[in-house]
Design a protein around this ligand. Sequence first.
Ligand code: ADE
Length: 246
Amino acid sequence: MRLDIISIFPEYFAPLDVSLIGKARRTGLLDVRVHDLRSWTHDRHRTVDDTPYGGGPGMVMKPEPWGEALDEIAPAGDAVPRLVVPTPSGRPFTQAMAAELAAEDWLLFACGRYEGIDSRVVAEAATRMPVSEVSLGDFVLAGGEVAVLVMTEAIGRLIPGVLGNAESVADDSFAPGAMESLLEGPVFTKPPVWRERAVPEILLSGNHGAIARWRRDEALRRTAAHRPELLGRLDPERLDKHDRKV
Ligand code: ADE
């Protein structure tokens, strides 16, 4: 998969050299290219922002550098990327959206700063490529960079070959299938007793059916405690008699 990222702070993306995503880049599974928006400015100060029309506080990103950057990185042609714009006014980012984006061949992330990017940029881009405006949640970041790091990790780990076999994504919280709308329960490793706290005995029993049942019960309990609104979204078809008692 190819990922292009446009930002006025390319140095924000140093973590993409590390760990899973770094390895995926080195093995060629991910082709990540980070671009400095200021290289598409033409004035001495390399200006990327200006005051908002209609007044109000803050600054808005000027359309010209963005237009030139998108034209150069994604010229009109057969293959166009999906443009992903992180913004608190976008559609909520979810595991399902991560999976959809992981199925694309090419993503182009546009990191806004200040009060955002002049709205004509997205409107014009949408005439020649698919566009998703995406929010990480109901809070406001100082810019799109951290949001892109988050999305890149969530998307990247779903690309076949990026995770080892041992780290299956099927049991993750929110994973499509059995864990849809459920939070993953607690996990344990050795030693069996630590500071007088014993690992739940069932996990040492070797009874795989009983362990699966216990894990599901714990997931249901944790979801009820932390995210009760998710329980309403559980597919009734997927609930068995035992689930209803938990
Ligand atoms: N940029 C600023 N706040 C954001 C948010 N909550 N999600 C995505 N991008 C953002």
